[in-house]
Unconditional design. Sequence first.
Lengths: 270, 191
Amino acid sequence: MIENKEFENSLLTKIKKEHLNPMPKWKFVFKNISWWLGGGLFLIFGGLAVSLIIFLFSDEGLNIFLRTKGFGWEIFLFSIPVFWLLLFIFFSWLVYANFKETKQGYRYSFFLISLGSLLISLLLGLTFHFCGIDEQIDDLLGRRAPFYGEVLNPSVKFWSEPEQGRLSGVVATSTNEGDYLIIDRDGKEWTVLTKAPCGCLHKITIPAGAPVKFIGRKLNNNNFELEKIIPMRPGKAFYGKIKILPPPPERVKAMMHCGEVAPMPESLCH
Amino acid sequence: MENQTIQNLSDEELVILSRKDQNNFSYIINRYKLKFFHYVRRISGVNDDDAEDLVQDIFIKIYLNINDFDETQKFSSWAYAIARNLVISNYRKRKVRPENYKINLDDDLMQNIASEINIEKEFDQLALKDYVVQVMTQMPEKYREVLILKYFEEKNYQEISDIIKKPIGTVGSMINKAKKELTKSLDKKYD
């Protein structure tokens, strides 16, 4: 039957009888644009993930720490923001999947699309980084996101190991000589004592309520000997959530081996 | 427009006319029905009746999607891609893939394949033809598919790329691998 004219006729009859009509052009255009928009959106998300990777990885504190002591690959690997890296790979895959679905997308190889996507994401990531968007996202996540310290920011765990000489928290009280009473992420109080003679180590006193990172040595269960203070960038909003209560007078007195206690801001006295 | 004039129009022009009047779609059907019939038989191995049903479905799908066709591209590649997708979704519906079917090789095609894979020795042409068919039948589907498009449907690399929706470089390497497979099998057989 296919060889004779009957085939065309019966097919046309079927088309007419079943009122089959071509789908409107705008549906196809819309579909194609959707794939492009989806790809573009995932590129932006990928760029944000890259900016967070840059922000977390280039943390000044980690750099100082790595330069100060002879740490190897273990710490380097530990400081990689795995979550954001995985998220970036996932977004890159979504970019690839979306691009492949566009009209001409199949013409480009996996390698070419991935390379293009990687370069654009890096460019976007750097732009977001220089605009400070990464810091704003980190602050927002630090305040709101669950599992921030466990998953989103590896430096929180990294800087919460007093046995390894790394301590972080929020300053509750400080003396003019550079001794601090801090609260760590678990709510534990630490007295951080300056190693140098009074007044020699620090010219600037960190105000109460500021999140900080310390390098030094754990003396005992509640005391930490200070070698270096590092300002906190990633995770500062996360530490900002820690509630600070005015320290008991005897604790303050014990700290005052040679300096005056810096006043605690009114707003931090919950 | 006169029948003769319409018949001389390009595929792309016929598409434009079909969008305006569905009766003109019959010229496209007429031009492609046998090509698709053989193509469907070759890639799916279904019997004539099933192939005819599939060809009918292919034309309906082409008609429904005719506004998706971009005139700057080649109609035949676009239509073959629809045909291929329909055959694949037909496999999926039936949840079986064809395994035993016969590919028909005529002498010209055989000559074409033999020259492409550099068969220089003198073989019994009939036996060689049978063996080529046997090897192609047993080949992984993706390689068989590109060989069918290249040698049976006489498509170039760009057209195959547009049909199977793979980059042209991938098509090239698939065809090379398929040819190597064919040469290796023939060498083994006749050495």
